[in-house]
Design a protein around this ligand. Structure first.
Ligand code: BES
Ligand code: MN
Ligand code: ZN
Length: 518
């Protein structure tokens, strides 16, 4: 989608549609809506008065401009933002995505929306950044909402045209630069999430570890980022017994991918991100039931999010150093597959008893976390579709977070509130470690049913070293059974917006000195 930002007013904009927002319970139209209403001889106000449109969240009404009316657009799309007190960036994202989808449904190809009007409603945001954040939310959510995954449809079911252009209007010329910055940020973040969705929606017979490695090389080439891909013999030489154990059951060669983006001062410790990349999780010998197994093509969302975060950090030229570690393999039950009871020697030297081959994510992350410590990171974060228990604990609306540093966890929570990918902490107390003690090895890879998300994190902590570390469990949020305002059915692309927000906050926050430890 082509995105433009310019000074202007909705009532003067020539487009297939202009979008205006309205808060629930407000008796009168304001801003652009009221200017449009004057030209439309009160037809918008009539919708309000009749009760047909109330402004409740995500309610949409479309009004056609009649011949002779002095509005340049073909249609006016009214969308509800909900109660004024509850207005937030998140409500704005949902309203924008809902409007954008309604626009596509009626076959319109271009639309315009003003930054000024919602910026005046969202008084909870700091004035200094309000225009930028609203512009970002508008563009980001339009991209997210309009996302479709259709590459494998050979017969066109839907004749609806695609929305080709979005114009972001700013009536106040001095604030145009802020709106432009926000729109660009929104485009980069929105495209990062749709990139993750694509990688996860493509089937596992296409997106293999080799495919991911090639994708990482492509990102590296385009963005001037350093990329290293270790293949099986190199991984053997290093002693990566945990990921190699998982890879044994598959014919697809595993890849261990490292990306290094250097946007910060030379020598400054990087943020290290480790993303679980199981391109298909059958469960291995501890085979999963058939129901919903196809969703396990998305068991690589963590890795895709990490790859997309590097790409976005580079496009945004974030002034920080960033390392991404992407251990990639399939988890299959081939004849050489690991078996329950097998013992693996991980890169760290620690031995692991495999109780359940379906607890494979923590195995590949063990080697990923160990490898990431080579870069002496200022913060180490892993992100993974790790446990079904996370779905039980948190439902589909929160990412689980656990770690060894409350400050880092706080930063992730803040980033989550701000970007709409919210994060909820679970405890990581020493009592839980009892559950992963093994009789034959240093640790075992499952801790029983109780507290499954916590014991998985406890396992990871044994490989995270002594530095600042946090673990994000996205198993509850990476896949959506139903369409929501800006989240489609299928892969949600969750995690990457959180990571980018976290990195942006870090890049803009107080800089720790290069010499400073953790
Ligand atoms: N990839 C799954 C976790 C998952 C489940 C992600 C549902 C998304 C939706 C992971 O590898 C897994 O199989 N975990 C096991 C761990 C168990 C064997 C200790 C689980 O959660 O059942
Ligand atoms: Mn599994
Ligand atoms: Zn898995």
């Amino acid at each position: 989608m082509d995105i433009r930002v310019r000074t202007g007013h909705v009532e003067e904009e020539a487009a297939d549609a202009v979008v205006v927002m309205h808060c629930e319970g407000e008796p009168r139209l304001t801003g652009g809506a009221s200017a449009l209403d004057t030209q439309l001889k009160g037809r918008l106000a009539a919708l309000l008065k009749s009760g047909e449109f109330t402004g409740k969240p995500n309610q949409v009404s479309i009004v056609h401009v009649a011949p002779g009316e002095r509005v340049h657009a073909k249609r006016v799309v009214l969308v509800g933002l909900g109660k004024p007190k509850e207005a937030s960036l998140e409500k704005l994202r949902q309203a924008t995505a809902t409007a954008a989808k309604a626009i596509r449904t009626v076959g319109a190809e271009s639309f315009a929306v003003s930054v000024q009007d919602p910026a005046q409603l969202l008084t909870g945001l700091p004035a200094a950044s309000r225009v930028r954040e609203v512009a970002q939310a508008l563009v980001e959510s339009a991209i997210l909402g309009l996302y479709q995954f259709t590459v494998y449809h050979t017969e066109q079911k839907d004749t609806a045209k695609d929305v080709r252009r979005m114009t972001v209007l700013m009536s106040d010329p001095p604030a145009l630069a802020q709106a432009q910055q926000g729109a660009r940020q929104g485009q980069i973040v929105g495209e990062a999430a749709t990139y993750v969705r694509d990688l996860c929606n493509h089937p596992a017979n296409v997106v293999t570890p080799t495919y991911i490695a090639n994708e990482a090389k492509k990102v590296a080439r385009e963005r001037g980022v350093r990329c290293t891909v270790l293949d099986r013999p190199q991984m053997e030489r290093l002693g990566m017994g945990a990921i190699l154990g998982v890879a044994r059951g598959s014919h697809e060669p595993p890849k261990f991918i490292i990306l290094e983006y250097r946007g910060g001062p030379r020598g400054e410790r990087p943020v290290a991100l480790v993303g679980k990349t199981i391109t298909f999780d059958s469960g291995g010998i501890s085979l999963k039931p058939a129901d919903n197994m196809e969703q396990m093509k998305a068991d690589m969302t963590g890795g895709a999010a990490v790859l997309a975060a590097v790409r976005a950090a580079s496009r945004l030229r974030l002034p920080l150093n960033l390392v991404a570690v992407i251990p990639a393999t399939e988890n299959m039950p081939g004849g050489r597959a690991i078996k329950p009871g097998d013992v693996l020697r991980s890169l760290s030297g620690k031995t692991i008893e495999v109780i359940n081959t379906d607890a494979e994510g923590r195995l590949i992350l063990a080697d990923g976390l160990t490898y990431a410590q080579r870069f002496k990171p200022a913060a180490l974060i892993d992100i993974a579709t790790l446990t079904g228990a996370c779905v039980v604990a948190l439902g589909n609306h929160a990412i689980g977070v656990l770690g060894n540093n409350e400050r880092l966890i706080g930063e992730l929570k803040d980033a989550g509130e701000r970007c709409g990918e919210r994060v909820w902490q679970l405890p990581l107390w020493e009592e839980y470690y009892e559950q992963i003690k093994s009789d034959v090895a240093d640790v075992k890879n499952t801790g029983g049913r109780a507290g499954g998300t916590i014991t998985a994190a406890a396992f990871l902590s044994k490989f995270a070293g002594d530095g600042v570390w946090a673990h994000l469990d996205i198993a509850s949020t990476d896949w959506s059974e139903r369409e929501r305002a800006y989240i489609p059915k299928g892969a949600t692309g969750v995690g990457v917006r959180l990571l980018i927000q976290f990195l942006c906050n870090r890049a803009n926050g107080p800089r720790p000195s290069a010499a400073q430890g953790h």
